[in-house]
Ligand binder design. Structure first.
Ligand SMILES: Cc1ncc(COP(=O)(O)O)c(C=O)c1O
Length: 445
């Protein structure tokens, strides 16, 4: 729910008061909080262990790379990975596929959402979400997010049209969406709800795993996700018909979909009335992912521990409004996001980078960040950027105020202390005249 008044506060220039000693910002020539690179997956900070490497090597040496060879489903790496996923998520079916994007598209297509339909999704997500809707032959209908960057159900109601045939919720940057409100609304409208749980594998809401609330949930195993094999993904569902159709669409040709139902008749009689899109996963990646699942709880614990440590240490800072979870602990912990209302967030992010902590202002006009909807030009034809921003003015404002810092699970306590020190130092340079709006400074746990 938006609690802020519509009239945005003016963006104030950062304090130019010259500081000295430890307080002098690195941006202004001072000593940075850290000199070593901030650990992120694209610099190799990944959670892969020798046992995982061995598992991938064993799969390579087996020379059985294709999931649909002579073996039964239960004897393949993909099949075993899917069994592990079902057990972990508590879902009836799981299907390993080539990416998170294809998992979303498969869910929409397999559910029978008619091509040409509108599919509602939040205006704050990665470009892959609307892209997956397009891939499924549908059109994204963007919905405002609130100051905590959560899909705004009231705005969804305002924008509702009969052409909307599904809702695609996103647990963006690992934060659970408000599933209670959204599932209630989807039921009221009589449309299926899908979850883009790509960045949230392992996170929970009310003791239930994200990705298991909707008709189907989609996940990614691309490099910085809870499970990481470079590329890949999977979908989870309790709906056996949707699952069978997704299996066929993903590329189980000439009756191979039957192997996914070893204990009985598949719920669809034929695979010949569906196209085959070759969105399959291979055995080498599945072997790596299966091995990684064994250490997933450790990784999740690190994400959560680091996040809680950082959020607690910065909860009292009046200059920042930490993104509030819909329920205590309802996040993965892969990103620390806060807004700096009334302050130039581009400057804030730049100052943090100079202190040695990777940070970006999500709504900056100075980069081509594809987490902002106005950079999804493929949806808007020839409209110019300012006109596109006007379509979702609240989302635009919140993103322009938002700072995003990636929290790799490999962060040490020293790394977390650097982050805390850097945010405090940069906020301190603003002085104390920039209180965050009431009700938005959250203890992130
Ligand atoms: C919210 C969201 N949805 C979908 C995707 C796409 O996943 P993939 O790269 O596996 O296709 C991403 C990728 O990071 C994402 O962040």
């Amino acid at each position: 729910m938006n609690t802020e008044k519509e009239g945005a506060a003016p963006i104030l220039p950062p304090s130019e008061t010259p500081q000295t000693g430890k307080e002098c910002l690195a941006l202004h020539g001072g000593e940075p909080v850290r000199r070593t690179p901030w650990p992120t997956y694209d610099k190799g900070a990944v959670f892969v262990h020798p046992e995982d490497e061995e598992a991938a090597l064993r799969a390579i040496r087996s020379h059985l790379y294709f999931r649909y060879d002579y073996r039964a489903q239960r004897d393949t790496e993909c099949g075993r990975f899917e069994e592990d996923l079902c057990r972990y998520l508590g879902s009836r079916h799981a299907l390993a596929v080539s990416s998170g994007t294809t998992a979303i598209a498969l869910a929409i297509m397999a559910a029978g959402v008619p091509p040409g339909s509108l599919v509602a999704c939040p205006g704050f997500t990665f470009v892959a979400t609307p892209s997956a809707i397009v891939l499924a032959g549908c059109t994204p209908l963007l919905v405002e997010v609130d100051e905590n960057l959560q899909m705004d159900v009231e705005d969804l109601r305002r924008r509702w049209r009969p052409e909307i045939k599904a809702i695609l919720v996103v647990h963006m940057r690992g934060f659970a969406a408000d599933m209670e409100a959204l599932t209630r609304f989807a039921a009221e409208m009589g449309v299926p709800l899908f979850e883009d749980a790509v960045p949230a594998f392992g996170a929970e809401l009310g003791g239930r795993k994200l990705g298991t609330f909707g008709l189907a949930g989609a996940f990614s195993t691309q490099s910085d996700k809870s499970l990481n094999c470079g590329e890949g993904g999977f979908l989870a569902t309790d709906d056996s018909v949707l699952y069978a159709r997704a299996v066929v669409l993903s590329g189980a040709y000439e009756g191979r979909y039957r192997r996914h139902f070893p204990d009985g008749e598949p719920p669809i009689a034929t695979d010949l009335d569906l196209p085959l899109l070759s969105f399959r996963m291979d055995e080498i990646r599945a072997a790596l992912l299966r091995a990684e699942m064994k250490r997933l709880p450790i990784r999740l614990e690190r994400f959560r521990g680091n996040y809680a440590y950082v959020a607690r240490a910065l909860a009292d800072l009046p200059q920042i409004a930490i993104r509030r979870p819909v329920e205590p602990g309802a996040y993965l912990g892969e990103a620390f996001i806060f807004r700096v209302p009334g302050v130039d967030a581009k400057w804030f992010a730049r100052a943090l980078c100079c202190e040695g902590v990777d940070a970006r202002n999500l709504g900056s006009d100075e980069d081509t960040n594809v987490r902002v909807f106005w950079n999804w030009r493929f949806l808007f034809g020839s409209r110019d950027v300012e006109e596109i921003k006007e379509l979702l003015p609240a989302t635009t404002r919140h993103l322009q105020e938002a700072i995003d810092i990636p929290l790799s699970s490999s962060l040490t306590t020293d790394d977390c202390d650097h982050l805390i020190g850097a945010v405090r130092k940069v906020a301190g340079a603003l002085g104390s005249g920039h209180p965050a709006p009431a009700g938005t400074t959250a203890v992130g746990q």
